[in-house]
Ligand binder design. Structure first.
Ligand code: WT7
Length: 652
């Protein structure tokens, strides 16, 4: 089926780090033949070690693994100091603000700003190696400094996306037992100020909090409340700080950061990433997948609150010494030409965004790319959810001028970096397909029953059968949950292997297409949302007796949130619109706007088995407006399916 493949642009291939499929297979086979030799050689070459490691991989306590044990390093040193000899006046970060300002920060300036920040945390706040620091910040330069300052002094950062509510922030602060919160008064969105500090105040307001100090960066200058002895102004404290700061000497397996993500059950999991393995793979995938060259400008539109922002705005690009664009604004503001105007003005060479953003930009500004000079672009990336062929084609043709490589990068918070992706100078690409595992990654689609690799066309579970350096090390404070969540479902040759939670299928070329989650996690605009979390929020409404939340295909968001709600009584409550509003308000308080329901329907009951299990598969079918073909005879009350069917039919 070679005809549906797009061969790599020969210009890209000529210069690429991996410039042919022969090279790809050579690397992948060398990893297969000598796994430790492969990783050990890259670790030695890519990381500036303070002290060399003794052992490449220690699996003796699997699935708890150690990579590069005995090695000493500092990730901030890897991202900054080691570049100063050759790149001190190169732009490390180009900040593009919501209101149009552009600030280029050189590696030398980054060094000074991070050191000052690190000194502040150490001297004024007493932050020590291993302490947890929550970062709740907008996309401003100080957020980048905060992240790297933590890495420099060995503090474990936990970034919480600025769209999360006070309640969600509080849960994460408590779970991480954070000593310090770094925030800003607020920032700007679409040229208007919005606030963050009041959310932090609320999160810390009741009960015992582990937080001793709050550092507030003044960004929009709006009035905020100040708690004496707890809140400190960054702008005041930073003024007198020294510009050198000894990096903490870290072990390869000391934690680097936590990032909370949704699972299929219960509260969000604190995904723990450690030092050496994470930074190694962040850097290697930056080099291989985006193939950024010394003089290139690279732009990833993610938010630092998600793993993409961690690995591919901050750690990966800086570890390799690249120039990374940090964008505060909204990509459709002031119009849907905004990203293309930035690409033209900064001569961006690699652009990385989510399918949702591509769909929105396509819909709102189909012809906008044509108005700008986008000839600098070489590689276009997508991440976070499956991309549909229509969006892919527009991205390839209208944005990429049919000459750029599209890298559909498949990975997760837990994988730290890319797992399956085309390589721009090597892999013939197929629309909407993540193609092949990256060299060194033993990703396979397995049959969950037999643990055997599935045949082309047969769906299976997306697994990774060997540990890899940037894999999740633990669910913070919950080893049992780590084992159960990732190593409980699939066994290969009798041994548990890492299961991603995604379904996937091979084509006849052995290419991998991700078909979506197999668990109760839904993917809204590339953001992972646990249905259990949304359900728990909705249940807080006093008149809700039962609820089930499922995903429903959504034209722009990929998936939307569909809630089936059973009310305790419909007496004494207002109309349904009121009820929907009240429930959505609770969701806003408990989680944040990103979890608001797209559809909500009040039903007399939920389809349950006799043992009380809610049949979500049926609810997913119903949400799509499709006829239920599943067997309903095991239901306690099969007639409920028809009732809901009629109700949904009536709504449409
Ligand atoms: C889930 C991970 C990866 C960083 C951003 C999201 C889905 C991710 C792709 C892709 C199809 C994808 C998977 C995965 N996903 N990339 N290229 N094609 N699906 O990180 O929040 O941890 O979500 O996003 O379902 O499990 P995350």
């Amino acid at each position: 089926m070679l005809k549906e493949l797009y061969l790599p642009n020969p210009e890209l291939a000529k210069e690429a780090r991996i410039g042919s499929m022969e090279q790809y297979w050579y690397l992948q086979n060398s990893a297969k033949n000598d796994y430790e030799g492969f990783w050990g050689a890259f670790a030695q070459k890519k990381i500036d070690w303070f002290e060399p490691f003794d052992k490449v991989l220690d699996e003796s306590n699997a699935p708890f693994v150690k990579w590069f044990d005995g090695g000493k390093l500092n990730v901030a040193y890897q991202c900054i100091d080691r570049h100063l000899d050759t790149r001190k006046n190169k732009a490390a970060i180009i900040f593009v603000g919501d209101r149009g300002e552009e600030i280029a920060v050189t590696y030398q300036e980054l060094y000074r700003n991070v050191n000052k920040f690190a000194n502040l945390l150490r001297e004024d706040f007493g932050v020590k190696k291993g302490d947890r620091v929550v970062i709740y910040m907008p996309m401003i330069l100080e957020a980048a400094y905060a992240i790297l300052a933590c890495a420099r002094i060995g503090a474990v950062h936990s970034i919480v996306f600025g769209g999360f509510s006070a309640e969600a922030l509080k849960d994460r602060i408590l779970d991480a037992e954070a000593k310090v919160v770094i925030t800003a008064d607020g920032a700007y969105r679409k040229s208007k100020p919005y606030m963050l500090k009041p959310v932090v105040d609320k999160a810390l307001e009741e009960g015992d909090t582990p937080v001793e100090k709050v550092l507030v960066v003044e960004r929009n200058g709006e009035d905020v409340e100040w708690v004496g002895g707890r809140d400190y102004s960054y702008n005041e404290l930073i003024a007198g700080k020294g510009i050198t700061c000894e990096p903490e000497v870290m072990d390869s397996e000391d934690p680097l950061f936590l990032l909370y993500t949704s699972g299929s059950t219960g509260k969000p999991k604190g995904v723990q990433h450690n030092q050496a393995g994470y930074i190694l793979w962040a850097q290697m995938t930056m080099e291989w997948v985006f193939d950024v060259k010394e003089n290139d400008t690279y732009w990833c539109t993610a938010d630092i609150g998600w793993i993409t922002g961690h690995t591919y705005i901050i750690y990966g690009p800086l570890a390799m010494g690249a120039t990374t664009v940090m964008f505060e604004g909204v990509i459709t503001y002031p119009d849907a030409g905004r990203p293309w105007q930035i690409v033209e003005s900064l001569s961006v060479n690699q652009f990385y965004t989510a399918p949702t953003a591509i769909r929105v930009l396509h819909k709102m500004g189909e012809d906008e790319p044509g108005k700008y000079d986008l000839s600098s672009l070489k590689v276009l990336g997508t991440v976070g959810e499956p991309i549909d062929p229509t969006a892919w084609k527009w991205y390839y043709e209208a944005v990429g001028g049919s000459k750029c490589a599209i890298v559909d990068t498949y990975w997760q918070t837990e994988t730290g970096g890319h797992i399956v992706s085309p390589l721009p100078g090597a892999t013939p690409i197929k629309p909407a397909c993540a193609t092949l595992p990256l060299p060194g990654i033993m990703a396979e689609i397995l049959d969950p029953e037999t643990g055997e690799k599935v045949e082309p066309g047969e769906g299976g579970y997306m697994c990774i059968t060997r540990p890899w350096p940037s894999q999740i090390r633990n669910v913070w404070g919950d080893e049992a949950r780590y084992v159960k969540s990732y190593f409980g479902d699939v066994k290969k040759d009798g041994k548990p292997v890492y299961f991603t939670g995604d379904g996937a299928v091979y084509d006849e070329n052995g290419y991998i297409t991700i078909t979506g989650r197999t668990d109760d996690v839904i993917n809204v605009s590339g953001h992972r949302m646990g249905t259990a979390e949304v359900e728990a929020a909705i249940k807080k409404h006093e008149n809700v007796a039962a609820v089930a939340v499922v995903g429903k295909p959504h034209e722009l968001k990929g998936e939307g949130i569909f809630a089936y709600v059973v009310l305790k009584s419909d007496e004494g409550v207002g109309d349904e619109i009121e009820e929907v509003r009240a429930i959505n308000n609770i969701i806003k308080q408990e989680i944040g706007n990103i979890a608001l329901c797209d559809d909500m329907i009040f039903v007399p009951d939920l389809p349950k088995t006799r043992s009380g299990k809610i049949m979500r598969r049926i609810l997913r079918t119903l949400a799509k407006g499709e006829k239920v073909t599943q067997d309903t005879s095991t239901l306690e009350d099969p007639s409920i399916v028809e009732t809901i069917e009629v109700m949904i039919g009536r709504e449409c």
